[in-house]
Design a protein around this ligand. Structure first.
Ligand code: FES
Length: 417
């Protein structure tokens, strides 16, 4: 397959016409990239002999080897997909053939062979990763619109600021929104860089350990671990695109709205020729903005309220959407404009309160008007506090960053006699 150096394996595969990238681990249902942000698992592949790597977060290079896993002979043509037909009403392996101990043992052996995720790496790791130590004034977790602006504000005020981001490029949802796009993301990154922010790119914050040296955040890149200690913490982790509750919403060619925006804005790839966008009422404006950009690029696009949709039609791809009133809308791609679900895991590990947003999206971080969470020295900004979109998230990040800088300055002035 052809790809550009540095673009994601998933983007190259989609541009090359790959329809199915993986199979679900139990029923072997066909799956493909949904989010293109590293958060859904639809693109898991065996890459360079290592299982379960996210193709959307792995950059291409010449000669890279990417294989499907957990499928025979391939994800495109998986004969194990028969399980989905045979057990169309579901399979509870806990009660499979429990009438006989021997039959149950055999059934469990077979189930274990047929399901799961990949096989062990071709080469076992023989060395422990290096560990980097970072002692900073401010640690910002998340390099999207809010995180970049917050980090720029604290660094500009003289605070030693470290920004951790897990994506292939900084900018988060700015890169996926046609109203902003990659140039706006690159500009925000360059401004943060100019202000003196230190970056840990392609690095995931994996856990906060309060018992370790007064509180340590551990982050991991492909080759290194990092221990981060900070005076102030800012969570700017945004939100995850999620599926809308429609039957067969897991089909290949069902993508998050942001994934289609990212493909178009960042890679110049049209997600489909005839596209149906299902939208949550709160996401109507975002859906229309992306639909307009897709139309400009040559696609035929229909936007439908998600509440009207009943099922996605098709199997290895999409053929249409069935509506609740019995009508059918033909299309080759479905985009889901759901309210992103706030990524609050890390902040919750630090003890921060969350609250259910009754209008959609899930549980958001509780913050006051300055971005303070319920835990001292821990702040939140942007979509992790409830979806607001990249433009408003940037403004929120800037405002919260300025408050953090002021709080830090007053804390430091108290410490100096
Ligand atoms: S994790 Fe790669 S597409 Fe979602």
């Amino acid at each position: 397959m052809r790809g550009f150096t540095g673009e994601s394996v998933a983007a190259a595969a989609l541009a090359g016409g790959a329809q199915v990238m993986s199979r679900s681990l139990k029923y072997h249902r066909p799956r493909s990239a949904f989010c293109l942000e590293g958060h859904c698992g639809g693109c898991l592949m065996r890459i360079e002999g290592i299982p379960n790597r996210r193709a959307c977060q792995t950059p291409c290079h010449a000669g890279l080897r990417a294989e499907s896993q957990n499928a025979f002979p391939s994800a495109e043509l998986d004969v194990l997909g028969a399980v989905d037909f045979v057990f169309a009403r579901g399979l509870d392996h806990h009660t499979l053939m429990t009438g006989s101990a021997i039959m149950n043992l055999m059934a469990n052996r077979v189930v274990r062979q047929l399901s799961g995720l990949g096989t062990l790496p071709a080469v076992a790791a023989s060395e422990l990763p290096q560990v980097g130590e970072h002692h900073v004034d401010v640690a910002v977790i998340g390099g999207g619109a809010a995180g970049l602006c917050a980090a720029r504000a604290t660094a500009a005020a003289g605070a030693r600021t470290l920004l951790i981001d897990d994506q292939l490029a900084f900018g988060g949802s700015l890169r996926a929104d046609p109203r902003h796009g990659a140039p706006a993301a690159d500009k925000a990154h360059a401004q943060a860089q100019a202000a003196g922010v230190t970056f840990l790119p392609r690095t995931t914050a994996i856990g906060y350990f309060p018992e370790d040296a007064g509180g340590v955040l551990v982050a991991a890149s492909e080759t290194q671990l990092h221990r981060v200690v900070a005076r102030e913490w800012i969570w700017a982790t945004g939100g995850y695109p999620v599926l809308l509750p429609v039957a067969d919403n897991d089909r290949p060619s069902v993508l998050a709205l942001r994934a289609a925006g990212r493909l178009l804005e960042e890679h110049g790839i049209l997600a489909g020729g005839v596209i149906c966008v299902l939208t949550h009422p709160r996401m109507r404006e975002d859906a229309e903005a992306t639909a307009a950009a897709l139309r400009d690029a040559g696609a035929e696009v229909t936007v439908i309220p998600a509440a009207e949709a009943q099922a996605v039609l098709g199997r290895r791809g999409v053929r249409g959407v069935r509506l609740g009133d019995g009508r059918r809308v033909d299309c080759d791609t479905v985009l889901m404009a759901s309210v992103p679900s706030p990524a609050t895991e890390g902040a919750r590990q630090q003890g921060c309160d969350v609250v259910l947003d009754e209008t959609g999206g899930g549980f958001c971080l509780v913050v006051d008007e300055h971005g303070r969470t319920t835990v001292p020295h821990v702040w939140g900004c942007g979509d992790v506090c409830g979806y607001r979109g990249p433009g408003a998230a940037a403004a929120h990040g800037q405002a919260v960053g300025e408050h953090v800088a002021r709080a830090l300055a007053s804390e430091l002035s108290k410490a100096v006699p």
